[in-house]
Design a protein around this ligand. Structure first.
Ligand code: SAM
Length: 222
């Protein structure tokens, strides 16, 4: 391993070890501390309603999908009930291998920037529209702020395309970004498709991070 990488891994391990939310996530049986970000946002804006249908992009290891399936009510359903979507639906998509979760459909090893992945998502939905598209996708950090910003904005743009293809009228789009020069242009684009667009900084986001979420609500279909 190169020297820089090994010291950043050990910094990461030390931070994980001390982080109270990492400990809490183990107690609450969430796969990652990111669960608390979605909980915080949904406690305020309440868009993960019972029986709704959700697409979760960049879902691995699965904490957001766990929160979504608990709030929507799919986590306790049998497979027969799940396939009908009558009681809600959560679809998790990630480029990595993702362990299955109760009440969650998984499309993994699926890079969202490839047309093959988009085909798999749309074929799974088969013309049905969803209530929310949520994206916590992030590129592997290089530590070069401008590059990381540009890469996450590409992912956010792709997530927005997915949202435009599959959201119901009045649906919700939530996506992670890192602050930077492309933010205002992206917000401007979202405002043409949604009634409201808000910037959210979660309490559980680490102080040194430029991470933010954009919450776009009330999708206006073209
Ligand atoms: C911060 S993690 C998501 C954590 C997740 N929300 C949770 O609560 O467990 C970001 C995820 O985005 C995924 N990702 C990054 N680029 C992607 C891409 N091009 N296509 C699909 N997933 C991607 C990564 O594999 C990673 O699992």
């Amino acid at each position: 391993m190169v020297k820089g990488k090994s010291s950043s891994s050990s910094r990461w391990l030390q931070r994980q070890f001390k982080d109270p939310l990492v400990k809490q996530s183990k107690l609450d049986d969430y796969r990652a501390r990111s669960a608390y970000k979605l909980i915080e946002i949904d406690n305020k804006y309440n868009f993960l309603k019972r029986k709704s249908a959700i697409v979760d992009l960049g879902a691995c290891p699965g904490a957001w999908s766990q929160v979504a399936s608990q709030r929507i009510g799919t986590s306790q359903l049998s497979n027969d009930e799940l396939v009908t979507w009558n009681h809600g639906m959560v679809l998790a998509v990630d480029k990595e291998v993702m362990r299955g979760l109760p009440g969650v459909f998984v499309i993994d090893r699926a890079d969202i920037t490839s047309s093959e992945t988009l085909k798999r998502i749309y074929s799974f939905l088969s013309q049905r529209k969803v209530d929310a598209v949520i994206s916590d996708m992030a590129p592997n950090a290089t530590g070069m702020h401008k590059l990381d910003h540009e890469r996450i904005m590409e992912l956010a743009n792709t997530a927005f395309q997915v949202a435009q293809n599959c959201l119901k009228t009045n649906g919700t789009f939530l996506c992670k970004i890192f602050q930077g020069s492309l933010l205002n242009g992206f917000k401007h684009e979202l405002k043409t498709s949604f009634e409201s667009v808000q910037e959210i900084r979660c309490q559980s986001t680490r102080k040194e991070s430029t991470e933010m979420y954009l919450l776009a609500q009330q999708y206006k279909e073209d």
